[in-house]
Design a protein around this ligand. Structure first.
Ligand code: GUN
Ligand code: FE
Length: 476
């Protein structure tokens, strides 16, 4: 690939490389990348690198390459509900909107039709790695995993464990049944063959105790046994999302000192645990999560939409806790990580404004009480998500040896997302008498515009492990 490349590096910095030559192996991994290559030098650099036969894919004017998005938390069966139930907070929303929809996935025909559309849509939004919750149904969740696998997306897929505090028509009959279904799904996912060009599987199973409220102690104990027997098994659940949810949780587990401690008492807080929301955690819970090296999925669209609260992401980052972004459809009303980026920015600005207007707030954090910057937002959407998924050795940015999970983004002329929104690349607006922008500054501007005004119309190509699987230029 030859052209503009955006390459995240740290929470505070990314590389903007306007003339980059990036080589991808037939296994879909990144062989090398060279910056500052003039047009006339492309063939020479390639011959120096010993790959004269390789095909060069030139990026067009107004296009750039960036790592794919990581969605660390979403619910596939809730996609048909996006936008519905605005009037509710979490627990009423689950009862009135969410459980009735999820119950439909007892029907495997409905599941297959719906999940095919869901996965296609999420991939076209630029999500190359996704952590999916299915329903409590084993068969429907197998179908979800099969569809993701066939599509070629990287993913974690889990069926919900829920054996109490759920409606009669949508609840598991016993802890034993819940665990047996979970084991069946794990075995099934592990038999799916690796992707065509690699020996590494892209779809992984994940334990999914829905949240403490919906799981009896015997169920959590059985999941603990599964998790302890297999440290490679990832875990996902919800934590400290809504005040009524937290209060109810503590009445169900009267011996627990906190919500986080409920999970910890069943050995469910560990390095490969993904905790969604974390809006109202106390200091001791944050400390426990940090000690256990678990990661947080920040779901700001959902946290605003369900009036849950504003998660203190800057504080979590200052403490060195891993943070990624989640869409949490349909608590969140958009399947796109771009929307999560926009709301993560707004959430951080709400916190920063409150801190500014509250004289006694200590403002000594690096990230806490400040608006998140573009490098930080980009990091959360890519490398942060990769860390939360324990996939940071494989994905998150364009480092040599990592997988080529990438997007070709188009912000230029002729794009469906009108140039009126974007301005025409490479021109200085009339009346702007400052010096012309450098190529690097121009690319910085494209990234910022894409993150805040972009949508799936700007995503031309979506690659996972080097394989083209989606985007507006994909027909398949
Ligand atoms: N807590 C338990 N289940 C859910 C869910 O489906 N969505 C959200 N946002 N929170 C939950
Ligand atoms: Fe959720």
């Amino acid at each position: 690939y030859y052209g503009a490349v955006v390459n995240p590096q740290t929470l505070k910095a990314y590389q903007a490389l306007p003339r980059c030559l990036l080589a991808v192996s037939s296994e879909g991994t990144i062989d090398w990348l060279v910056d500052d290559v003039e047009d006339s030098m492309v063939l020479e650099v390639m011959s120096q690198k010993g790959c004269v036969d390789a095909e060069v894919v030139p990026l067009r004017e107004g296009e750039f390459l960036m790592p794919g998005f990581v969605d660390t938390h979403t619910h596939a069966p809730q996609v048909p509900n996006m936008g519905s139930g605005q009037q509710y907070e979490l627990l009423d929303w689950l009862d009135n909107v969410t459980f009735p929809m999820e119950a439909n996935f007892a029907d495997v025909y409905f599941a297959r039709e719906t999940y095919s559309e869901v996965v296609r849509r999420i991939v076209n939004c630029g999500t190359t790695t996704c952590c999916y919750y299915g329903t409590l149904h084993v068969e429907a969740t197998k179908i979800l995993a099969e569809i993701i696998h066939a599509k070629g997306q990287r993913a974690y897929v889990g069926k919900c464990n829920m054996d109490r505090n759920s409606p009669d028509y949508y609840v598991e009959p016993s802890p034993e049944a819940s665990v047996a279904g979970t084991q069946e799904l794990i075995s099934y996912i592990r038999t799916l063959s690796p992707s065509p060009n690699t020996t590494t599987p892209l779809v992984h199973p994940i334990l999914t105790p829905r949240f403490a409220i919906s799981c009896t102690s015997p169920l959590l104990q059985s999941l603990q046994s599964l998790a302890v027997a297999d440290p490679s098994l990832a875990i996902q659940t919800h934590i400290s999302e809504n005040p009524s949810e937290i209060a109810f949780t503590l009445t169900l587990f009267p011996d627990a000192s906190s919500y986080a401690q409920v999970y910890d008492s069943f050995s469910l807080l560990r390095e490969n645990t993904i905790l969604a929301h974390a809006v109202h955690l106390r200091d001791d819970e944050k400390q426990l999560i940090k000690e256990r090296k678990a990661g947080i999925s920040h779901c700001p669209t959902s946290n605003f939409n369900l009036s849950s609260g504003v998660a203190p992401v800057g504080d979590l980052l200052d403490r060195g806790i891993k943070v990624g972004l989640g869409t949490d459809v349909s608590g969140g009303f958009s399947p796109s990580i771009l929307t999560a980026v926009q709301h993560a920015s707004i959430a951080s600005k709400v916190i920063a404004m409150n801190a500014r207007d509250t004289p006694d707030v200590v403002k000594d954090g690096v990230f806490a009480n400040h608006a998140l910057t573009i490098p930080t937002l980009l990091y959360l959407a890519t490398m942060g998500g990769a860390e939360v998924c324990c996939l940071d050795k494989q994905i998150g940015n364009f480092s040599v040896g990592k997988s080529f999970d990438a997007l070709v983004v188009n912000v230029g002329k002729g794009n469906a997302n009108p140039p009126a929104v974007w301005g025409v690349p490479n021109t200085t607006p009339k009346g702007d008498h400052t010096k012309p922008k450098s190529k690097k500054e121009e690319l910085d501007g494209w990234l910022e515009k894409f993150l805040f005004c972009g949508d799936d119309r700007n995503i031309r190509r979506v690659y996972v492990q080097g394989r083209l699987i989606g985007g507006t230029a994909f027909s398949g």
